[in-house]
Ligand binder design. Structure first.
Ligand code: HEC
Ligand code: HEC
Ligand code: HEC
Ligand code: HEC
Length: 148
């Protein structure tokens, strides 16, 4: 059963399901198979290129329309235009690398159980501040907000 917030799932260009790929049967891929630290200092997380998907989908479910689209994207080295679910305003400093000691689920919820994602954890300023206070991490001016 899904939590109430599933009404807010973000529409994606194809029905990719974390539950099927990362949650256990039929596939139990580690998050890092598809998401890696990227950008300056590992600040961001990458989204997987279609070639990663084709490792399995060359054979798995190849008759399905979404997989044909995926195969064409991989052939042409074209990115699938995934819609962002989590994002932050330009002036907020945030680095995945700095937070690598925290489980992904703390900020993103139980992604591996989901058929589709929504912003089920609101990573707003209050959320950031509460955890920083609990862990003795810095909160004073300039830590999380760029100088303007
Ligand atoms: C470890 C192998 C594996 C990898 C890698 C993989 N998949 Fe899958 N995928 C599966 C399996 C198994 C299924 C379930 C097949 C079924 O239900 O017939 C599936 C199902 C799907 C479906 C559902 C098709 C449908 O219409 O029901 C989509 C869409 C999909 N995968 C997209 C992707 C994308 C996008 C990637 C890369 C980001 C990816 N897959 C990577 C194994 C994989
Ligand atoms: C087979 C590849 C694959 C695996 C394994 C995988 N993901 Fe993903 N992930 C994707 C794709 C494709 C998207 C974009 C579509 C979507 O949002 O559902 C995505 C989206 C996300 C997003 C939302 C990104 C945004 O734009 O805000 C988060 C968070 C995420 N994944 C976390 C995880 C976590 C945590 C795990 C391990 C439990 C995991 N993923 C395993 C392929 C994968
Ligand atoms: C401390 C909170 C936190 C943790 C822990 C965290 N994330 Fe994120 N994640 C965010 C925030 C905030 C964003 C949106 C802002 C950004 O992208 O910089 C985000 C964005 C993303 C995105 C979208 C791509 C991007 O960089 O914009 C993916 C994919 C993602 N996270 C995956 C993961 C995975 C996988 C893990 C665990 C290895 C993880 N995150 C751990 C807070 C977190
Ligand atoms: C799960 C707890 C947790 C959450 C949630 C969290 N943080 Fe952090 N954050 C930490 C800890 C612990 C550190 C200190 C890490 C270190 O020094 O190695 C830190 C460090 C930082 C730093 C680096 C500070 C410096 O010394 O340069 C920034 C910037 C930051 N966090 C921003 C954010 C933002 C923005 C959010 C919300 C989107 C957020 N954090 C959410 C625990 C958290």
């Amino acid at each position: 059963m899904e939590a109430a917030g599933q009404d807010h799932t973000v529409p994606q260009p194809m029905p990719f399901r974390h539950r099927v790929h990362s949650g256990g049967a039929p596939a139990r891929l580690a998050c890092a198979t598809c998401h890696r630290e990227t950008g300056t200092g590992g600040h961001s997380m990458s989204l997987p290129p279609a070639q990663v998907c084709m490792g399995c989908h060359r054979t798995v479910a190849r008759e399905k329309p979404a997989i044909a689209t995926l195969a064409a994207a991989a052939r042409n080295r074209r990115r699938i235009a995934w819609e962002p679910v989590w994002f932050r305003p330009e002036f907020v400093r945030f680095s995945h690398h700095t937070h690598r000691a925290s489980a992904c689920a703390v900020c993103h919820g139980p992604v591996a159980e989901r058929d589709a994602l929504w912003r089920e954890v609101e990573t707003n300023m209050k959320f950031c501040r509460v955890c920083h206070e609990q862990n003795g991490a810095r909160i004073e001016g300039g830590t999380c907000h760029a100088e303007r």
